[in-house]
Design a protein. Structure first.
Length: 254
């Protein structure tokens, strides 16, 4: 089994991934800027600042695989990737660690600032010369629900006139756990959920299962970003990876 360092291990994907890694017999370390706040996280907590690199050298000692989930939702994602690459390259170990990076479907085709930084971080990893695997996922079910629940003060529910293919976080974690057990593969196949639905249909399902009753207003915006979503750049063609539908997610979460 491998020694695995998980950055962002206290986030929602990390929390779903850690038990799978433990169950597979891996020795797991969890990098956190504030380990004292994450005491219940399974695995050995190590204090690491991925922007400055503080604590990274000791966290990487003896590590076989790094699952890089940490994000700043902005340009510091690139800084963190540079820091991580430098840390792996400077290790005394003969064999470099395998770096697995989770990114977003369509990040190179949808001109959102956050997506641009995710794509740049991908490219830094893939061009580093290290053993690297990059996995892109569609939006999570939980993100879609937050899109609706965040509008609780509005008299209507604004629904972008686009389609989404949301996926369940545990299924993303399961794919990452598979990749930990495999060798570096570069850019692997994107993964998405089992259904591609218009956001309006997702919103109607959410309202019905959550007991909400508000008029839905389709939202159409000008510009390249909305056009990319309208053209389906956020979707995964071919057979879906995920099996849990948005409705099943809502029923499970209550």
């Amino acid at each position: 089994m491998s020694v695995v360092l998980v950055t962002g291990g206290t986030g929602q994907v990390g929390r779903a991934l850690l038990p799978l890694l433990h169950g597979a017999g891996h020795d797991v370390r969890v990098a956190s800027r504030t380990p004292e706040r994450s005491a219940r996280t399974p695995g050995q907590l190590v204090e690491v600042d991925l922007v400055t690199g503080d604590g990274l050298a000791s966290a990487l000692a003896g590590v076989d695989v790094v699952v890089h989930l940490a994000t700043t939702n902005g340009r510091r994602d690139e800084e963190m990737m540079r820091t991580l690459i430098a840390g792996v390259e400077s290790r005394p170990e003969k064999e470099p660690a395998h770096v697995i990076y989770l990114s977003i479907v369509g990040s190179d085709r949808i001109p959102l600032p956050y997506y641009r930084h995710k794509t740049a971080a991908e490219e830094l990893a893939l061009r580093s010369g290290l053993p690297v695997t990059v996995l892109r996922s569609t939006q999570f079910h939980s993100l879609v629900e937050r899109l609706f629940s965040a509008q609780h003060r509005l008299p209507v529910l604004l629904v972008p006139a686009i389609a989404l293919q949301p996926i369940d976080v545990p299924e993303v974690a399961a794919r990452l756990a598979e990749l930990v057990g495999q060798g570096p593969s570069g850019r692997v196949a994107d993964i998405g959920g089992p259904e591609t639905l218009q956001v309006g249909d997702l919103a109607r399902l959410w309202q019905r299962l959550r007991g909400r009753h508000r008029p839905q207003v389709p939202l159409r915006l000008p510009g390249r970003t909305f056009a990319a979503y309208r053209d389906g750049e956020q979707l995964v063609p071919g057979p879906p990876f995920g099996r849990t539908t948005f409705g099943e997610f809502l029923a499970r979460e209550g």
